[in-house]
Design a protein around this ligand. Structure first.
Ligand code: F58
Length: 835
């Protein structure tokens, strides 16, 4: 017999090891994996593959690598006693996933190479991704930054939310007006979600309760619901930056329960069964596109209870599976309530512990209070969520009983502590009885939590002084501040790669994982000529990139050499986009009157969605577009002033916007914006801010230095005083020639083809009420814009200010926010995951 060379083992060793198709990170392995997924998942060969097929193949390839780490995270967690965080939020505005996952895994260049070898372009594939618009604005985006930061800090956590089939509407602009188009983000499939049909809970609604004494003599309550739906988990993995921790976004989808379907089917009511299936699924059909709560919408309350109950049942399931006792629940979980939308969780936790697991009320209440913490995001009293009592009673009869019991005990305690006067009791009560009766969700969240936080220093102070004063007096120790932050991975590394590379070239890349500590090192290059030149060149390139987006989307050509003055956020009167418009028209008038005057050429850019039923906000969009129409077509101001409304502001578009800004408009009426987070994204990308002393602007200004920030306007205190002394906006218009002129153009139909009626509601409301004090701040705003005009002429100085802004923004990384939550509220530590 012929002798074979070597043993089987040595032969295997000598052969090149095939790259692991599921986990390999080198370009060759990635290339093979992409081909594999194209063939076996998409069912395509390169000849027939569409761009979406290639995108999906790449996305699945990346997902495999994330899942590998995820499994290890779950392994470690299940075998440990570590406490984890559950972040409950009705919104997670996560944005496109491919780019951020590539950055977290550290395989951006490798995938680009692999894709190129397959004849594809990574940028085009990134562009192909439809973003999950599962949020309205700042609150939803904050939740997304937080889940990413949790993973990066290696803190175990789950973001619990709702898998809306239709996210925030797409905005189109027709004839200057906003038109809402349904967002069909799931049309081409979502490669990032892992459906978990086996993780499912039944959620009940309606019916009545029965009270009885059980065989052990205990007082018990049965809830006999009239309707139930099933919640099914859909998971999205969220990897931390260059760590093995992968956290989870668990979004719940509503389905009909089998028994319910069959019940109707058995009695021969086929269509009835189908109807009820459809109505069950409606619960997670659509995100409410309002940026203020809409009162009395039954479906919204159903959504809230649905996702909260699924999430709590899931936590209890995992807790028991880990072999823990329910009485230790608060040692295993810290639950953060992102605003009041999930605050029904307080009552649901009590119901689960007391009714389902037969725990004593007092023990259950202890666990509940020790587990929950509540973040408030608003200072507008009208935005505090409340539900009509009859609706509550009908939909959640048992929860209403529990809330009334919590309230009775709470108010007794307040009285016992001698803190009761009748006014205060009425204000503290979980039930608003001043007219039609309502359940006050902020009061429920506050009583049921051990910590209540605002999202910027001023906001927390105003909560204590005004909005939640009575609660502060009863529970001073519960209140604390955690200023918001944003993730530098998405908002700098992914969206501004040129600037990120320049910074890394100078100071290394540690700033990406620890911005607080390291980004300040670029301060020493603030005066360096070469560095300044690079800095300016990059800003210019980013402006060229945005100019091309603007051209594609609006057909307006803008000059990248002009000052890019940008305001992007939801359209709201308190955010004062129309104050910006007053400045634009003032500039226009000045140029028209004095054609020789030297002004720095400006491009004023707006973007943002208005709530579909918020007529004034929609009129502001029309105003911006109408003013843009006149100005952009007037040869007298050509080359000096342009105005753009960029439609459909979302996470993806934002990537191109923040890096291109010279000037960031943060001009809300002082005392109205809880924090703002766009202000942070702009400053992190080297824009200088024009802003009021509102929300986190105050802390940004302190951090970057007052000489590097353009401040204007009344303070929150002055706003209060002006209002209390009697505010007459008309007087301001009468005593300021330029303001008067601007208003008369608007009122006279100059921007509405001679129609004086179009903007009349806006003009009248400014002249007669001006609730947000645009006129009171007008002069100061215009003068501040003049200072900006001057400052921009000195490009060295401007560049230095820009560098210093970025260098000093480290504290506004969401990693810092999460560290504070972890230490001050959650008492959680990092857990190393090894793969
Ligand atoms: C925002 N709120 C605040 N609410 O306005 C902003 O100042 C803050 O920076 C941000 O939260 C994060 O803390 C906000 O975005 C909503 O969109 C809610 C959506 C659901 C209905 C109620 C408002």
């Amino acid at each position: 017999m012929k002798k074979t060379k070597g043993t089987k083992a040595t032969r295997a060793r000598k052969q090149p090891v095939p790259p692991n198709v599921r986990t390999g990170l080198v370009p060759r392995a990635l290339e093979r994996a992409i081909m594999d997924n194209l063939y076996y998942v998409q069912g395509r060969v390169p000849r027939t593959a569409t761009r979406n097929d290639w995108y999906m193949a790449v996305a699945y390839t990346v997902r495999d690598r994330v899942l590998h780490r995820w499994m290890q995270t779950i392994e470690t967690y299940m075998g440990s006693k570590d406490k984890s965080v559950s972040y409950l939020s009705a919104e997670f505005l996560i944005g496109p996933q491919l780019g951020s996952n590539l950055i977290s895994l550290g395989i951006y260049d490798e995938v680009r190479q692999a894709v190129a070898r397959l004849g594809q372009n990574l940028d085009e594939l990134l562009d192909q991704e439809e973003e999950p618009g599962l949020g309205n604005g700042g609150l939803g985006r904050l939740a997304a930054c937080f889940v990413e930061s949790l993973a990066t800090l290696e803190i175990l956590g789950v973001g619990y939310g709702i898998r809306y089939e239709f996210g925030i509407f797409d905005q189109e602009i027709r004839d200057g007006w906003q038109v809402e188009v349904t967002d069909k983000w799931l049309r081409l499939g979502n490669p990032w979600e892992v459906p978990r049909p086996e993780i499912t809970f039944v959620i009940n609604f309606g019916g009545h309760t029965e009270h009885f004494v059980d065989h052990e003599g205990r007082y018990r309550v049965y809830w006999i619901p009239s309707r139930s739906v099933r919640g099914v988990a859909c998971d999205i993995a969220v990897p931390g930056y260059r760590v093995n921790t992968v956290n989870l976004l668990r979004l719940w989808k509503a389905e009909a329960t089998e028994s319910f379907d069959l019940g109707a089917f058995n009695v021969g009511d086929y269509y009835g069964a189908v109807d009820s299936k459809v109505s069950s699924e409606n619960i997670t059909k659509v995100l409410y596109p309002n940026d203020e709560p809409i009162q009395g919408k039954r479906l919204r309350l159903e959504q809230q209870y649905f996702f909260v109950s699924c999430s709590l049942q899931d936590m209890i399931r995992v807790h028991l599976r880990r072999g823990h006792d329910l009485k230790d629940f608060h040692e295993a979980y810290a639950i953060q309530l992102n605003d009041t939308h999930p605050s029904i969780a307080v009552a649901e936790m009590m119901r689960l512990l007391v009714d389902e697991y037969s725990m004593d009320w007092d023990a259950a209440w202890d666990i509940t209070q020790n587990t929950f913490a509540y973040t408030n995001h608003t200072l507008l009293p009208e935005a505090l969520e409340k539900w009509p009592l009859p609706l509550f009673a009908e939909l959640l009869p048992r929860h209403l009983e529990i809330i009334l019991e919590i309230n009775r005990r709470f108010l007794d305690e307040v009285r016992a502590n001698g803190m009761a006067d009748d006014g205060r009791i009425a204000r503290l009560s979980l039930i608003d009885e001043s007219g039609e009766r309502f359940v006050r969700m902020a009061n429920l969240a506050s009583v049921g939590s051990h910590a209540i936080n605002g999202v910027a220093a001023l906001h927390t102070e105003l909560l204590k002084q005004d909005v939640m004063r009575d609660f502060y007096e009863v529970y001073p120790k519960k209140f604390l501040n955690v200023t918001n932050g944003v993730t530098p991975r998405r908002w700098l590394v992914l969206s501004n790669p040129l600037l990120a590379e320049l910074i890394t070239r100078k100071i290394g890349d540690l700033w990406i994982r620890n911005m607080e500590r390291h980004i300040k090192k670029i301060e020493r290059y603030a005066d360096d000529e070469d560095f300044q030149n690079d800095w300016r060149r990059i800003k210019h390139e980013n402006k060229v990139r945005l100019a091309s987006v603007i051209d594609q989307r609006t057909g307006v050509e803008v000059d990248p050499d002009s000052l890019f003055d940008i305001q992007v956020k939801r359209i709201h009167e308190y955010k004062r986009q129309h104050l910006n418009v007053l400045h634009v028209v003032t500039l226009y008038n000045r140029i028209k009157k004095n054609p020789q005057s030297h002004v720095v050429p400006r491009t004023v850019i707006f973007a943002g969605k208005a709530a579909p039923s918020y007529h004034t906000a929609k009129l502001v969009i029309k105003l911006i577009n109408s003013v843009a129409d006149v100005i952009n077509n007037d040869a007298d101001v050509a080359g000096r002033l342009k105005v753009v409304f960029l439609p459909d502001f979302n996470v993806k578009n934002a990537h191109a916007i923040y890096p291109a800004a010279d000037l960031s408009e943060q001009i809300s009426t002082a005392g109205k914006e809880a924090s703002g987070t766009g202000n942070m994204k702009f400053a992190m990308n080297g824009a200088l801010t024009i802003g009021t002393l509102d929300g986190a602007n105050i802390e940004i200004r302190e951090a970057v230095g007052e000489e590097n920030f353009f401040l204007f306007g009344l303070t929150a205190e002055e706003v209060k005083r002006v209002k209390s002394e009697g505010y007459y906006p008309m007087q301001y218009a009468e005593s300021n020639d330029e303001l008067r002129e601007v208003i008369s153009l608007l009122a006279g139909g100059f921007f509405s083809r001679g129609d004086p009626n179009l903007f009349k509601p806006l003009v009248d409301s400014l002249l007669w009420q001006d609730e947000y004090l645009l006129f009171a701040d007008y002069r100061s705003y215009i003068e501040c814009q003049e200072r900006i005009d001057k400052a921009y002429r000195d490009q060295e100085k401007w560049t230095k200010m820009s560098i210093l802004n970025v260098a000093r923004m480290g504290t506004f990384s969401s990693d810092r926010s999460i560290r504070e939550y972890a230490e001050k509220i959650w008492d959680v530590k990092k857990v190393k995951i090894t793969v």
